[in-house]
Design a protein around this ligand. Structure first.
Ligand SMILES: [Zn+2]
Length: 95
């Protein structure tokens, strides 16, 4: 996805602005891998293969996303099925 698109995206749950953490992007500012986070509800939306995963919680498969998130060095709460970033530490690092 293009980096400029991030400004147009908002959280599907509360319409808040999203923060982007770019993991990998091309020289044309196409984001290949990254993480969008909502400051309001703390949900995370990974960008995998250039596609932001922004489907409702019930249609997301946490086990499919975890390998990517772990590879990116992110602490994710694996015990619940909430799709929210783990702790204050992670939130701070994303700012
Ligand atoms: Zn939100």
């Amino acid at each position: 996805m293009n980096r400029k698109l991030v400004d147009k995206l908002c959280c599907p749950f509360d319409k808040s602005d999203l923060k982007i953490q770019v993991i990998q992007e091309t020289e044309y500012q196409e984001i290949i891998e990254g993480l969008l986070t909502c400051e309001s509800c703390q949900r995370y939306f990974p960008i995998i293969y250039g596609i932001p995963i922004m489907t409702p919680d019930e249609y997301r498969e946490k086990s499919l996303e975890l390998p990517n998130l772990e590879r990116w060095g992110l602490e994710i709460d694996t015990k619940t099925n909430s799709f929210k970033i783990a702790g204050p530490k992670t939130t701070k690092e994303l700012k």
